[in-house]
Design a protein around this ligand. Structure first.
Ligand SMILES: *Cc1c(COP(=O)(O)O)cnc(C)c1O
Length: 370
């Protein structure tokens, strides 16, 4: 028997304690200049975010949900406009569409647990205006198929890439496939700050200006008011922290992929679980492993067993797909998504865990099924 360990699902305090001196210095630097809002750190961060994702434009905003609401407003959604989303996503994807006046239409997942292209085609109606795939768990959907459907039916694509900074499909970055996309910098995201923050990416100059205006009281980059807007700006302190974190971000991705490979190697022979694709299993996909989520038989018992052994796990979003939030008016049956949510579980996936933590987690999962 291995000794008991404590492996929390995500240790939020370590975002601070592991890097405290450096973070204090950054906060001091920004604060000393008095440049808290829309100053140099934000400009530098937006440039970095755009360059990193090979996007033409980026705008730092309050959070990724705001990002989606803002680009939907910029695109212009009419009442009854339907936008097709995966039911396997955060409710935020749907709520952003709702808030912007449109109708979110959740559809089922495919074998990869991401939005199913055939299900998209089945859901297209005369009111459909767009598709909003979620690049979930740090994996980008097969965008060839989704692009084809969008082109054929004259629909726009917008992405929820909140979880997918650095993820690629056929060497193209998540967030660069459609009109616009969002990235989240929520603390537990692959690139997390010390609070809420988000980014919008777009390749379109006109849309960029609209998005910029909406996020800052209608003012454009030159300060002139061009339309009605709101306030959803990224703080300079968070921008400066994220800029600093970008320096090591490729290493973070590498480490996450290394952990995913260790999980793969040690758990692939467990028949009762279905793992996500291994990091190098398909050259079309470069995954950043925002989460390590798999399907497990006896999921609830496994979760309890791991918890008794000091291992934190998460059943995402309360164990429900978007269409299962009946209180919000959904009345649909999406069998694959519902089946998935009965079995899914996430085990720790972050740079705070050690190789021996990974081994311990795998040992306990194997022990549970023996
Ligand atoms: C985290 C997340 C969001 C929301 O991001 P916030 O920055 O917290 O608003 C939206 N969609 C997905 C898929 C997410 O994981």
């Amino acid at each position: 028997m291995t000794a008991m360990r404590n492996v929390p699902f995500f240790e939020y305090p370590r975002l601070w304690s592991d890097d405290k001196e450096n973070l204090l210095k950054i906060i001091d630097e920004v604060s000393s200049t008095g440049g808290f809002i829309l100053q140099q750190a934000v400009l530098d961060f937006e440039k970095k975010l755009a360059d990193y994702t090979t996007s033409k434009y980026s705008v730092g905003v309050g959070n990724a949900t705001d990002a989606m609401e803002i680009y939907l407003e910029a695109i212009g959604i009419n009442p009854n406009d339907e936008i097709i989303i995966s039911s396997h996503t955060m409710l935020a994807t749907a709520s952003a569409i709702k808030v912007s006046g449109g109708i979110p239409v959740p559809v089922d997942i495919g074998d990869d647990n991401l939005i199913c292209p055939e299900a998209i085609e089945d859901a297209i109606s005369e009111n459909t205006v767009g598709i909003m795939p979620t690049q979930l768990n740090g994996r980008t959907c097969n965008m060839d198929k989704i692009n084809e459907i969008a082109l054929k039916n004259n629909l726009f694509i917008i992405e929820d890439a909140a979880q997918a900074l650095g993820s690629k499909f056929k060497d193209r970055h998540a967030g660069t496939f459609g009109l616009a996309s969002c990235i989240s910098f929520f603390p537990a995201k692959v690139l997390g700050c010390l609070g809420d923050a988000g980014g919008v990416l777009t390749q379109d100059e006109e849309l960029f200006h609209k998005i910029y205006q909406i996020h800052d009281h209608g003012r454009d980059v030159d300060g002139e008011v061009k339309r009605w807007g709101r306030n959803s700006r990224i703080d300079n302190i968070q921008a400066a922290i994220l800029l600093d974190k970008f320096k090591t971000y490729d290493k973070v991705i590498l480490r996450r992929r290394e952990i995913a490979q260790m999980y793969q190697d040690q758990l692939q022979s467990v028949e009762q679980i279905k793992l996500p694709p291994a990091p190098n299993s398909n050259p079309d996909h470069f995954d950043v492993f925002q989460n390590y989520e798999f399907e497990a038989e006896n999921r609830n018992d496994l979760k309890e067993f791991l918890s008794q052994n000091g291992i934190g796990t998460l059943v995402q979003w309360g164990g429900k797909g978007v269409h299962q939030f009946k209180n919000l008016g959904f009345n649909q049956h999406l069998p694959k998504t519902e089946e998935f949510f009965k079995k899914c579980i996430m085990i720790p996936m972050n740079v705070f865990i050690s190789n021996s933590d990974v081994e311990y987690i795998c040992d306990k999962i194997i022990q549970f099924y023996n």
